[in-house]
Design a protein around this ligand. Structure first.
Ligand SMILES: C[S@@+](CC[C@H](N)C(=O)[O-])C[C@H]1O[C@@H](n2cnc3c(N)ncnc32)[C@H](O)[C@@H]1O
Length: 323
């Protein structure tokens, strides 16, 4: 008889590294079951995210793009040409590519956990910009950030668009930004896109679109976990949920069980009752001052913050300070 959650002897058939499996298993067995949002991104998840960026409800991508279009020259002046542009969570690399003609980087380093998707994206980009030296790093940067020795230490600009920083709690975000700071010389900095607090309906709609693309993106994490962990999630037994948690100032995405079920994986299992949820993503929303505060508490000094006319989104450039 299986209990609520069991961890048994590890089985050799599992498909991801032991660290990934241990992390997934621990998350699934936690009192509030969780799957880290980084697992939303396999090749299909990355493509679904591209589709989300096209949706009318998903304002962050077009709002950030409008800021780059309007203030691109100012942003380029703040940064100057010849930087080593390091794209954190590069995805299809489209945002960085749109800035190449403004920023004229010497080197472009694209980092993403979704390795295959990243390598395909960078192969296409190399053909468009053969004069820029490019490196793809398939890496999970959530707990450490490793750059190979051949990445120039001079004039590093860490590019972190799309408000991905919001997937971390504020404490985790400060820890992450400090690790980024540790990879900068004093002439380095960050260019970061941060989503701002706004009316709750706009926020909730952005994560629960009418076509159900975000629902598919969220549900796809179960297919990915099946693949990584050898689990037997039945995707049809779950439904997407997204809501704004006012107390925490964040959108939460969950997957809710539509019936009682037992999910097994090599070395473990968990039973879910109808209505139980797996927490799959947080997306914290900030006031502009708090966003600048995050950077300033992490070894950076903001030089400029550009916002759109509705003040829905901020793009902030900050220089490395301190030792
Ligand atoms: C919200 S998407 C943003 C993509 C693109 N930068 C943009 O702004 O449109 C987040 C990206 O970060 C990547 N990612 C998420 N967690 C990651 C992690 N822990 N390490 C490396 N990449 C990660 C995902 O694969 C995805 O491409």
């Amino acid at each position: 008889m299986l209990t609520h959650c069991q961890t048994e002897v590890p089985c050799p058939v599992a498909v991801a590294g032991a660290g990934v499996q241990a992390e997934l298993s621990a998350g699934l067995c936690a009192p509030q079951a969780t799957i880290s949002p980084k697992f939303l991104y396999d090749p299909l998840g990355s493509r679904l995210f591209e589709a989300i960026c096209e949706l009318p409800e998903y304002y962050p991508t077009r709002t950030e793009a409008a800021i780059f279009a309007r203030y691109g020259a100012d942003i380029a002046r703040a940064i100057g040409p010849g930087a080593t542009l390091i794209d954190l969570g590069a995805g299809n690399c489209a945002k960085a590519a749109s800035l190449f003609p403004l920023l004229h980087p010497d080197q472009y380093v694209a980092i993403d956990i979704s390795r295959d998707f990243l390598h395909e994206s960078l192969a296409r980009l190399r053909q468009r910009f053969p004069h820029i030296e490019m490196t793809a790093l398939g890496q999970d940067f959530s707990s450490r950030l490793d750059l190979p020795a051949d990445i120039s230490p001079a004039r590093r600009l860490f590019f972190y668009p799309g408000s991905s920083i919001g997937n971390f709690t504020p404490d985790e975000a400060r820890g992450f930004l400090r690790r980024v700071r540790a990879q900068c010389d004093p002439d380095g900095g960050v260019l970061i896109g941060i989503d701002l607090l706004k009316d709750e309906q706009t926020l909730a709609d952005a994560y629960d679109d009418a076509l159900g693309v975000t629902a598919a993106f969220n549900l796809n994490v179960l297919r990915h976990v099946n693949q990584l962990l050898g689990a037997d999630f039945d995707v049809r037994g779950w439904r997407h949920q997204a809501f704004f948690n006012r107390d925490e100032g964040r959108i939460e995405m969950h997957l809710q069980a539509m019936r009682d079920m037992l999910v097994r994986w090599p070395g473990g299992s968990r039973s879910f009752a109808r209505g139980d949820c797996i927490h799959t993503e947080n997306s914290y929303k900030y006031r502009k001052s708090a966003a600048i505060g995050l950077l300033e508490q992490s070894g950076f000094q903001a030089t400029n913050a550009w916002v759109d006319v509705d003040e829905w989104f901020a793009v902030i450039h900050a220089r490395a300070i301190g030792p």
